[in-house]
Ligand binder design. Structure first.
Ligand code: PLP
Length: 368
């Protein structure tokens, strides 16, 4: 049989997303045991004990389908965020919601605007829908909202604003956001991806939920349980927006997109603000320590509002990252983000941060 099954047109030139490498994969491939992963911005404190307990109690019930509408979790989120339950929708990770947004709003006649060097999942689903992907440049490692607004045409359907931005860790201010939104027509959906919202430590961060509460229907806010809440492995995210927008997402979603255990753990971690607070604290301290050490090593980095720091390690970045991997310290190259001289380094526990610095210093000394 020689017939080749050809994927749909949108897929021809689409690159495959490459996530941070798994600890087990590194252990297998390099024959080492003591591996730390600072490549995917996961929670270094592990899982909230309250979530573990709730999960244990639910394990014997996975014979049941989950609630496709996540009634309890939506109500709990609504209470925590001071919004109505009908203004929130839960998804199979933020990634799942990004896919649903693209399925619901894009087709080959539409355009979608994203920034260069931002979260790559947007590009993948935009292109899968065969919409035109319009990319604007960064300005001093920040999203350039002026350029994004300038790129709007009468075909533009969605704009993805990653704030704080991954991989640069930078934010846009409330004033930037307000000036930007004034320029955006009502028929263009602006998605604020706030995956790192809980790590932000500045008082000029935009209050995007307030826009939704004021009745603006062309704004959607995305957040996740993967980062500060430590549930990356369960896949849980949510979208806040007008019911009219969420009902379009509801039409295209898988009926049971959010599994039973994810919903259970989500409810539990919302009640564990101590875990969230501890994670915030350790991240702040780790950030300060790493800035200090990168300064000592004479490395440039971008000041971050997240649980990772984008650090310039030079033209030999790939070689350096590979050598660090051999020594059991996994960090993320930024070549797929068009920033080939940089690495994105997640902030870990104090022990992990110290090992990262020691290993980086050894490898830098060896290659230079
Ligand atoms: C991690 C991340 C996500 C994905 O979150 P999930 O809920 O795990 O799918 C979305 N956006 C950005 C910017 C991220 O860094």
């Amino acid at each position: 049989m020689m017939v080749k099954i050809i994927p749909q047109r949108g897929l021809e030139s689409l690159p495959t997303y490459r996530p941070g490498r798994q600890i087990e994969e590194i252990q297998r491939e390099y024959g080492i045991t003591d591996v730390i992963k600072l490549a995917s911005n996961e929670n270094p404190l592990g899982v909230s004990p309250k979530a573990v307990e709730a999960l244990e109690n639910m394990l014997g019930k996975v014979n049941f389908y989950p609630d496709g509408q996540c009634f309890n979790l939506r109500n709990s989120l609504a209470k925590h965020l001071h919004i109505l339950p009908e203004q929130v929708m839960v998804g199979n990770g933020e990634d799942g919601l990004i896919l649903e947004i693209c399925l619901a709003f894009l087709d080959e006649n539409s355009e979608a605007i994203v920034s260069c060097s931002s979260f790559p999942i947007y590009d993948i689903y935009i292109r899968t829908m065969r919409a035109k992907l319009v990319k604007t440049p960064l300005h001093e490692f920040r999203l350039d909202l002026q350029a994004m607004a300038d790129a709007v045409t009468d075909r533009t359907k969605v704009i993805f604003v990653c704030n704080p931005n991954n991989p640069t860790g930078t934010t846009i201010t409330a004033a930037d956001a307000a000036a930007f939104l004034v320029r955006i027509p009502d028929n263009v959906l602006v998605i604020f991806d706030e995956a790192y919202f809980e790590f932000v430590d500045t008082d000029n961060f935009p209050d995007t939920i307030q826009y939704v509460n004021e009745g603006r229907e062309n704004i959607l806010v995305l957040r996740t349980f993967s980062k500060i809440y430590g549930l990356a492995g369960l896949r849980l995210g949510y979208a806040i927006g007008a019911p009219s927008i969420l009902s379009a997402l509801n039409k295209v979603k898988e009926p049971f997109s959010v599994n039973l255990l994810a919903q259970t753990a989500g409810l539990a971690v919302l009640e564990d603000q101590e875990f969230r607070q501890k994670t915030f604290q350790i991240t702040q301290e780790g950030r300060k320590y790493l800035y200090q050490e990168f300064d000592r090593l004479d490395l440039n980095y971008v000041k971050s509002q997240t649980n990772f720091i984008m650090t310039e390690i030079g033209p030999r970045a790939n070689e350096i990252i590979e050598k660090m991997t051999c020594k059991g310290v996994v960090i993320r190259p930024c070549s797929a983000y068009d920033l080939p001289y940089f690495a994105r380094i997640s902030i870990g526990t104090p022990e992990q941060n110290a090992r990262l610095v020691k290993t980086l210093e050894e490898v830098l000394n060896a290659v230079n």
